[in-house]
Write a protein that binds this ligand. Sequence first.
Ligand SMILES: *Cc1c(COP(=O)(O)O)cnc(C)c1O
Length: 409
Amino acid sequence: MAEVNSNYNKLAAGYLFPEIARRTREFQEKNPDKVLKKLGIGNTTEALTPTVVEGLIRGVNKLADPATYSGYGDEQGKLELRQVLSGYYDSKGIELSPGDFFISDGAKPDSSNIQSIFSPDSVIAVQDPAYPVYVDSNIIAGRSGNYSAKKGEYEGLIYMPCTEENNFFPSIPEKRADLIYLCSPNNPTGAAATHKQLKIFVDYARKNKSVIIFDAAYCEYISDPSLPKSIFEIEGAKECALEINSLSKFAGFTGVRLGWTVVPEELVVEGTKPGEVRNMWYRRQCTFFNGASNIVQEGALAVFSDDGLKESRNLVNYYMENTKIIMRGVKDVGLTYYGGVNAPYIWLKTPDGISSWDFFDKLLSETGVIGTPGSGFGPGGEGYFRLSAFGHREDIEAAVESIKENLNI
Ligand SMILES: *Cc1c(COP(=O)(O)O)cnc(C)c1O
């Protein structure tokens, strides 16, 4: 008799965004005249830039001509794109070979799939709060006990608290962890790790033969030039870390879909020689994935052209201007907030210590603004609330105006 993978039943009930949608719908039905303003889901809103559009069209036109048509490509991604990425990291002083890059359809799929090349017995450590996919992919793979609703935690996982006291970057785990997920700049807290903070984790990972899975999806949002944009800026990281990134937040590819994972040849785990972990990910991709879209890879090449980079940085600046508008607004009303400076997320502390969901309801009913309850990102997010700077300027301004005029605190 067939049975489902019962690990799915362990997933904590009520995924965050459907619950937000439900409460929003209910509010809108009761208040049909209220205009809602969304500072919720981290989804890009501005159009692709002209150079990128040209690149995508070039990709389509190649397919229209039998002389340039291509079908399945290299599972690892076009060599030209991997060379360009290798060159881009080189421009930041990081030496990686094109063979270390694996082009994919995004950072979320890669960050959920990467665990499959490691032992089922691996002990997982995550930042708390964290982007939910790191935890959920490991729950489904069977690396946890049950969910405790009381603690808001899964048994068997190591939660590394990110709090006001530690500037939202954790200390190394007290127990031994095999796979350590780090995201910087962080979704949801907006905190960006320093060189020194990452070095402590790299040293820990080398000593314990752990692997750091580093999500750099927001690295282009770093405005402080002293902060590392890649884990590979840290000495020794190639032996103990892999990095996941994408064009979603840099170039508005959330719907276009293109990401990459860097598995350096040097990365080793217990019992492997250099190159073997990298081969394992190659094997996984060849088995389960048939390569990123050839059209989209042309678009990605365009992102890394001189004009493409300039335009993409302008796009980032647009969202970061939104961030400043939100920060000014919440500061004006006297709310305590973190993040924002090196990330498109503002991490609000809820007023008077009310719960994240109570603040969600309060903000929605008083101002019509929709944000994301911090508790949806893990128990450490309770008492916090995420505002996203992805939005059209006029919508961001309207949301901030409404907070300033209508929020009762
Ligand atoms: C948005 C986001 C990504 C990007 O995922 P894609 O699948 O590339 O769109 C990855 N990690 C984090 C933390 C994110 O917020």
